[in-house]
Design a protein around this ligand. Sequence first.
Ligand SMILES: Cc1cc2nc3c(=O)[nH]c(=O)nc-3n(C[C@H](O)[C@H](O)[C@H](O)COP(=O)(O)O)c2cc1C
Length: 372
Amino acid sequence: MNLNKMPTLRIGALETEIPIVQGGMGVGVSLSNLASAVANAGGIGVIATPGIGQFEPDCDTNPKEANKRALQKEIRRAKAQTDGIIGVNVLVALSDFDDLVQCAVDEGVNVLFLGAGLPIGLPKTLPLDRLGELATKLVPIVSSARAAKIVFRSWQKRYNHVPDAVVVEGPLAGGHLGFKKEHIDNPDYALEKILPEVIAVVKLYEEQFNRNIPVIAAGGIFTGADIHKFMQLEVQGVQMGTRFVATYECDASMEFKKAYLNCKKEDIVIIDSPVGLPGRAIRDKFLERISSGVKETFKCPWKCLKSCDFKNVPYCIGLALMNAKKGDLENGFAFAGANAYLVDKIISVKELFETLVGEYMAVAMHQQVGLP
Ligand SMILES: Cc1cc2nc3c(=O)[nH]c(=O)nc-3n(C[C@H](O)[C@H](O)[C@H](O)COP(=O)(O)O)c2cc1C
């Protein structure tokens, strides 16, 4: 099969063979192993920064340095394993957002994805008057046209520059969600509904800055047919998380992956995360314990999230997610997309790409010959 037949995704001078971005997945779920495998398969592989330093020996005593060192190591490891496109995902909600952004830029990653909060301002250490010359492309993740408008307007005003691309994450995604709880199941907020609204905002800036600003759709995209459907809605690429968890190369433990294999539709629930946003996860004993009102005892070494009310939250989300990544689901939980219950086997990243491309091409060919 000619894998080049899918449209490519262009972000500035970068061009992927396959228009698939592997979504950044903290804590430790997408590191250099998964990211390099995705980049080698022709997509954009993304290292997630949340909790990345928790695997360093000095994570409690020197957390900011531990995070930077771990990120640097993971970027270098990924680059040693691929010549493909590597991205880094940084949450705006992280207390060391600025340091991690700067570190990723210094290490020369190709793309920075900025999620969980609106990146209205960028670190002052970046060359803010020459953002267009940065080799690292800057891509915010938004969940509404309003959010896109705020970010684009702010960057235009402050930096006379706008994002190089934008990810639009809908309410079926895994992890933290940029929606109010009551909007998650409301069809007015479905990805298909918010995408054209964001695209309309982006178009205004494309005209003004006279350049292409690709839109990437995320949340609930599971098959090649899903990819095809969204590519018909004028997006240039898709971002997927859940499918990449169920791969051999994913950096999480086998127990974490098995939670995906074993879950049923009704096990996938919306939780209130200490980040201050709702999140989608697989219900387990830990989450049941928390929802019954139990408050875990934990020590917070440094308030890793700007908004965390660490004295009052019932558990430390960094710790719970790290436990889950390591396979201790008695003391943690797995974030997952709404379609995680459809996962029925672990496969390689290469096999996943071949399946998705095959499914995409089948729909495209049907359409070409005018079959229903
Ligand atoms: C286990 C897991 C962890 C995630 N962690 C992050 C994260 O650290 N930062 C982020 O921006 N998005 C995170 N996400 C969202 C993904 O990057 C992606 O956008 C989303 O999962 C897409 O929806 P899908 O899982 O239905 O494909 C996470 C998702 C999952 C499943």
